[in-house]
Write a protein that binds this ligand. Structure first.
Ligand code: GAP
Length: 495
């Protein structure tokens, strides 16, 4: 078995990861037999495990570790007035521009950001900063003619046509819509939610009353969101159908900045606890705040295509609840027993894409280990350095041969472990190839049952990252693996 995935391009790290993800059952292009659907992806047998593990750890960290955070699962469809109140109908737009030669449409900010990255790569950091500054000013003023002029002045070209033959800049709403009911007309028009947050806002009082939570408290949710991203690039970084993991934390007005600082620290700790290195994470402070926010920062991760937003931590004031209160004419107020006051709470939001976190974790885990073998020949080993709690399988068990009672013994070991961890039993193939296959999907431990096992009741335990092997008594395996695979141990680190 070759370790390199088909279609792998040695000079493009992202392409290598995309090829690896497909070859080893993590991510497939959606409806590939029909040439795929742009910016929509399916998770394969290993991808779904990794993604579920990420979601599970986020959920545990948010709810189990915070007595004042509870979860909900709201519907994707919501009353259309929700999106009027939230501002998405009127202003969830992106300025776009079309290239007349390639007929391709681009987000204006992406084109300009790419030009700034090019300046940075050429060592012209000042030019890059000046360009981004100009762009942000023009975007804030909604000056579309100015954005067009900037694109022309910078000679920004279409990556496909390689020309600067552009249309004027126009606004496009990013929400997908469909019709509810039998008649397809405007009255039945409804949207696929572009963020999960609004399902939390509209349920704020339902949850508060039924959970008997007192402010400050939070509501967490994981769910699908949909955005008609015009230029959806960079694999699962920007998708049209994706999953968000969001938490809204409701506080007394005036106490939001303290909560904001606390959640910033907690969210960074969560990301590093998954094995993302601190030096690949940084804060990006929003200098131009949205009209409803009084503080906003993103955690950026260093993807193979540069530092990009991974998670947003935003202090959203009372904007959303007040908007819903005004439009629905339902009071969104909370009675504070302590202060004897009634008020619309302020909200601190943490919001991360499950798919984007998946990509960060996968990019970070992909390791090419170059070395020399016993005969002095160069060799390369590829493995996924996934946190043991995230790996699709945590332990793989093999009999050395398919005879002499070894499969039966190996199955006994499998039965011993499968209830406490994600274990895999495999009796086909040579041991070396089986190890390689597990390295490629990130399995942290392999166990081999050999003839000696029948005599000494011990097995060979192989460690993925070091390839080191040790002899361990079968009876000691649950303890030995237990600590590394322990959710309790991981959760305790978060405190
Ligand atoms: N409720 C706030 C909100 O939705 P956002 O910055 O638009 O804020 C939050 O999105 C997070 O959702 C982002 O930091 C990113 O991780 C993820 N996300 C947003 N758009 C995405 C897309 N098209 N594809 C994948 N993930 C996306």
């Amino acid at each position: 078995m070759t370790q390199k995935a088909k279609g792998q391009d040695d000079n493009n790290p992202l392409k290598k990861i995309i090829a690896h993800a497909k070859e080893y059952g993590f991510i497939f292009p959606s409806s590939e037999i029909y040439d795929g659907l742009q910016a929509v992806y399916d998770y394969g047998q290993n991808g779904v495990e990794l993604k579920n593990n990420l979601k599970h750890l986020w959920w545990k960290a948010m709810t189990q570790m915070h007595e004042n955070v509870v979860g909900i699962d709201a519907a994707i469809f919501m009353h259309p007035a929700t999106w009027k109140a939230s501002g998405h109908v009127d202003s969830f737009n992106d300025p776009m521009i079309d290239n007349k030669d390639s007929k391709k449409r681009y987000r204006v900010d992406h084109l300009i950001e790419d030009k700034a990255s090019q300046y940075e790569q050429e060592g012209k950091a000042n030019d890059a900063a000046a360009l981004l500054d100009k762009m942000e000013n023009l975007l804030a003023q909604e000056d579309y003619k100015g954005l067009y002029d900037l694109i022309i002045a910078e000679n920004i070209q279409c990556p496909i046509a390689k020309t600067a033959n552009w249309t004027e800049v126009r606004q496009f709403n990013l929400m997908f819509s469909t019709e509810m009911g039998a008649v397809a007309d405007e009255s039945g028009k409804i949207y696929l939610r572009p963020e999960t947050a609004q399902g939390i806002f509209v349920n704020f009082l339902n949850v508060q009353k039924t959970s008997r939570q007192q402010i400050p408290f939070g509501i967490a949710q994981i769910g699908k969101a949909f955005r008609n991203e015009i230029v959806a690039r960079q694999f699962i970084f920007r998708m049209r159908e994706f999953e968000q993991m969001e938490m809204q934390y409701f506080v007394r007005p005036g106490e939001e900045m303290q909560a904001y600082q606390t959640w910033k620290e907690r969210r960074m700790k969560f990301l590093t606890s998954l094995g993302l290195p601190a030096q690949k994470l940084r804060w990006h402070v929003h200098t131009k705040l949205a009209h409803y926010a009084n503080a906003a920062e993103d955690i950026e991760f260093e993807f193979p295509f540069g530092f990009k937003e991974l998670e947003g931590i935003h202090s959203r004031t009372d904007f959303d609840l007040t908007q819903h209160q005004n439009l629905s004419r339902t009071k969104m107020q909370y009675y504070d027993e302590e202060t004897k006051e009634r008020y619309v709470p302020y909200v601190v939001e943490t919001s991360i894409g499950a798919d984007r976190l998946f990509l960060a974790v996968l990019c970070n885990a992909y390791t090419e280990d170059k070395g020399v073998d016993a005969e002095g020949r160069e060799k390369e080993r590829i493995y996924l350095n996934l946190h043991p709690l995230l790996a699709p399988y945590q332990v793989a068990i093999f009999p050395l041969v398919r005879k002499d009672g070894l499969p039966q013994k190996a199955r006994e070991v499998f039965e011993l472990l499968r209830y406490d961890c994600r274990a895999l039993y495999e009796e086909k193939g040579a041991i070396g190839k089986n190890y390689t296959r597990q390295d490629l999907i990130g399995t942290p431990f392999c166990i081999t049952v050999d003839h000696q096992t029948l005599e000494d009741q011990a097995v060979t335990l192989r460690h993925r990252n070091t390839t080191q092997q040790e002899r361990v008594a079968i009876a000691d395996l649950p303890n030995k693996l237990g600590e590394v695979l322990s959710l309790r141990h991981w959760l305790k680190q978060l405190q």
